[in-house]
Ligand binder design. Structure first.
Ligand SMILES: [Ca+2]
Ligand SMILES: [Ca+2]
Length: 317
């Protein structure tokens, strides 16, 4: 089976995985009850016990506590790229480091006995020189690219491991796994086949996230945002915003199935200005703005101006 793994081991060992394929809040509203997680929402526990509790939470009223156990959830995707985000908190240094011995493991990281974050680069654990604080929630973002066979790891929006070689015999994610040898907490786990909204790590602050620069330019700061792309004169930044290819003609498409009804594929966090003009010799004016995840707009017919032209402008917030 396909496997990508995220091990949170207090040891946070992560091995990563892709629409949202898995969004787990550990909340009652999502069908999770306090108590053992095994068997709830498809979670499987091995090598110990892990339970949902109310004492230590990052968001809402419940979070998962893992203590001497491994927690796993299958995920599946047809996409070769996966974005994973979760909140984690440890309560002390681990007594031992985890073994990551599954050859189909794609990406994994953990906290070592010195509280340093360690990431797997292929089969080799590499100390990232970054400390995991105790008793403090930290947000981790993992980006895995199975085309390039590389992955990125960030903590609280700062990339701490970039372009790490990805060891996998698979072409996409199969599961997410979290384990810990001492009490550790996990909340707000989101696994998706698209960029997750809000806060994608952007090391050079050029508004193009690290994952995109890595994917198309081979390094997390390698793209020059304002340079013209090979796509119809758009800059690289504009191709990223529109969600189109930077190296080939790939127009942003919106369809017009019925009069006044526009449809397009929205990108995370984008705003879309719907602009209109009665004739191409006149300026376009913005008649409405809609926000991701909405990818549709229906105009109200104006009997005074029965014909005209629409334009859609994608932008960042
Ligand atoms: Ca929660
Ligand atoms: Ca950037």
């Amino acid at each position: 089976m396909k496997k990508l793994i995220t091990m949170l081991s207090c040891c946070l060992a992560l091995g990563a995985s892709a629409s949202t394929m898995l969004l787990e809040t550990f909340e009652p509203v999502d069908g999770i009850s306090a108590g053992p997680i095994d068997g709830q929402n498809g979670w499987v526990v091995s090598n110990g016990t892990a339970a949902v509790q109310t004492g230590v939470v990052q968001t809402g009223s419940q979070a998962l506590e893992i203590d001497q156990a491994t927690v796993m959830h299958d995920v599946s995707s047809t996409n070769s790229a996966v974005w994973i985000r979760f909140q984690a908190r440890i309560s002390g240094a681990p007594t031992s480091i985890p073994s990551v011995d599954n050859l189909s493991t794609s990406a994994a990281f953990f906290v070592n006995t010195n509280l340093h974050l360690v990431a797997y680069s292929n089969d080799v654990p590499v100390d990232l020189g970054v400390s995991m604080p105790v008793d403090s929630w930290k947000r981790f973002d993992v980006y895995c690219d199975y085309d390039l066979m590389v992955w990125n790891l960030s903590m609280d929006g700062t990339t701490i491991g970039a372009g790490l070689p990805l060891h996998s015999t698979n072409t996409t994610i199969g599961s997410v796994r979290l384990s810990s040898s001492s009490p550790a907490y996990v909340d707000q786990l989101d696994v998706a086949d698209h960029e997750l909204a809000a806060g994608a790590p952007d090391t050079d602050l050029d508004n193009i996230p690290d994952w995109w620069e890595l994917k198309y330019f081979g390094g997390i700061t390698a793209a020059t945002a304002a340079s013209p792309s090979a796509n119809n004169g758009m800059t690289y930044l504009e191709t990223y915003i529109a969600g189109v290819q930077p190296f080939a003609y790939d127009p942003f498409v919106f369809t017009h199935a019925e009069p006044g009804n526009l449809n397009w594929i929205p990108q995370p966090d984008r705003l879309y200005d719907i602009q209109w003009t009665p004739s191409l010799s006149s300026n376009f004016t913005t008649i409405a703005t809609v926000e991701w995840p909405i990818g549709e707009f229906t105009d109200t017919p104006d009997p005074e101006e029965p014909t005209g032209f629409y334009r859609l402008k994608a932008r960042l917030p």
